[in-house]
Design a binder for this molecule. Structure first.
Ligand code: SAH
Length: 455
């Protein structure tokens, strides 16, 4: 018989926080029954209030902190931040770095993979780093409002200081919000699927200081577009590109496929290792420009490139990895699924005078199989997949080509650990420790580099 939950809604009691989940919630237990509590640090004693009871677990909130942990970050308004944009902001930065190293260790252990994980490489100033914002807009009290969704919901909390975003971007969001208010442009209503502005996306080049503003709209037209553009240009001189992106679907996906350039360029530029990159609105670009160079440098160094290698760069985005290693290899072949990103990658090769890099449009898992069947024999394969990781077919095809090295850049240690099992089975071993790099301070996201070498 199913055991009855030992707690009920609204119950209050004192407890010690014993663990932290992948989502950054504290864990307290009653008779082994776990209760997840936001803004609670392991070691703390708290008064918990039960907010929701599910089958095998419950959620609670901190009513009062009775004993505080030394790992607590007291410098921020964590009540706001932990609800969405910065779920680890209640930990001090050292504790965050340890949390990330530990997560990777635990996930490998679960897969029975014995591997060393280095200390997480962190940032000196782990706030204000994001070069991109995608801010939802909703009508609150009759006004277009910008902010952030409360964790696990679509309730917009008005916020102006986003803490982890480039402060210039935070300022721009407020300016754009006020311009949209001035012209009474209605925000999106997701229940009725009405209104105009769904999101405001802003990107700012870290070195170039070029800004791109993307207004994501439900409607095909933006009423008063000319006046809005004129006001944005006047108020934000860094803006080099103003784009309307149309997304008419009922979806949580932010960007639609259609872009209209309302004013200026259709891309902005930024630099990495002194090379110039154009970045279009639908293209992926690493959000933490300060650690990206460290990440790529590490991946390239660990691959031990000598200048003779034929390389595959799978999930190549706008070609940043390919083009930054191009002068250390014989040739590099990228594959990427977003057409705009492949266009950017080709443009980026041209701009930087790189002629040993090629980019193909397609799914990495399909291209890898094609290349394997065609008898391709790369020396090194880099993969940098999205959170869902690799597919078994991709791993079989990639290892089937028998590269000497297989460098896995991962933004999700759960799928990394899962994929590692198959890569090891296919005749590879891990070289040196796995290296976590903190691309996403204050959040639960974890980036790492793992190098596999042919047995
Ligand atoms: N290496 C690049 C991009 C990494 S992000 C960089 O560091 O900037 C992952 C990229 O994979 C994104 O550009 C995304 O559009 C792309 N992508 C997602 N699924 C894919 C698939 N199945 N095949 C190829 N590319 C894919």
């Amino acid at each position: 018989m199913k055991k009855k939950a030992p707690v009920v809604k609204n119950q209050e009691f004192d407890a010690t926080v014993i663990d932290l989940t992948y989502e950054g919630n504290g864990v307290v237990k009653v008779d082994d029954f776990p209760i997840f509590v936001a803004n609670a640090v392991p070691g703390e004693e708290i008064r918990v209030g039960i907010t929701k009871v599910a089958g095998t677990y419950a959620f609670g909130r901190v009513i009062k902190t009775l004993k505080e942990s030394a790992d607590r970050n007291k410098d921020v308004d964590v009540a706001t931040l932990t609800t969405g944009i910065a779920p680890l902001a209640h930990l001090n930065y050292d504790a965050q770095l340890r949390f990330k190293q530990n997560q990777i260790q635990e996930l490998f252990k679960k897969q029975h993979v014995d591997v060393e994980v280095s200390e997480t490489l962190g940032m000196e100033n782990p706030t204000g780093y994001r070069n991109k914002a995608q801010i939802p807009t909703r009508e609150l009290r009759g006004e277009l409002t910008t902010g952030f969704f409360r964790r696990g919901s679509h309730n917009l909390m008005p916020i102006e200081d986003f803490y982890i975003q480039d402060p210039e971007i935070d300022k721009a969001i407020v300016v754009i919000r006020d311009i949209l208010r001035k012209y009474h442009i209605p925000a999106y209503n997701e229940f009725e699927h009405t209104g105009v502005i769904r999101n405001i996306m802003v990107r700012r080049g870290y070195y170039s200081h070029e800004m791109m503003v993307v207004l994501v709209t439900r409607s095909k037209k933006v009423p008063g577009a000319e006046m809005i553009v004129a006001d944005i240009r006047e108020a934000l001189p860094e803006v080099k590109s103003i784009i309307q992106n149309v997304n008419q679907e009922k979806t949580n996906v932010i960007l639609g496929e259609k872009n209209n350039t309302l004013w200026g360029k259709d891309v902005i530029t930024d630099t990495l290792f002194g090379k110039k990159f154009v970045i279009g609105p639908n293209s992926f670009y690493q959000v933490n420009p300060q650690t990206t160079e460290t990440l790529y440098q590490l991946a390239a160094d660990k691959a031990g490139l000598t200048g003779d290698e034929e390389v595959i760069d799978a999930y190549s985005g706008i070609g940043t990895i390919s083009l930054t290693i191009a002068d250390r290899v014989k040739s590099v072949l990228g594959v990427e699924v977003v057409p705009g990103a492949v266009d950017d990658a080709k443009r980026n090769a041209d701009i930087n005078g790189v002629n040993n890099a090629k980019f193909e449009l397609g799914k990495a898992e399909e291209k890898m199989v094609e290349w394997h069947e065609a008898g391709m024999r790369p020396d090194v394969i880099f993969v940098d997949p999205p959170r869902k990781g690799l597919t078994p077919e991709l791993i079989d095809a990639a290892t089937g080509m028998e590269p000497e090295k297989f460098v896995y850049i991962s933004c999700n240690p759960a799928t990394l650990a899962r994929d590692t099992v198959q890569i090891l089975e296919n005749g590879y071993h891990i070289q040196g420790p796995v290296q976590p790099i903190d691309q996403f301070p204050q959040t639960t996201h974890i980036e790492s580099v793992t190098v596999f070498v042919k047995d």
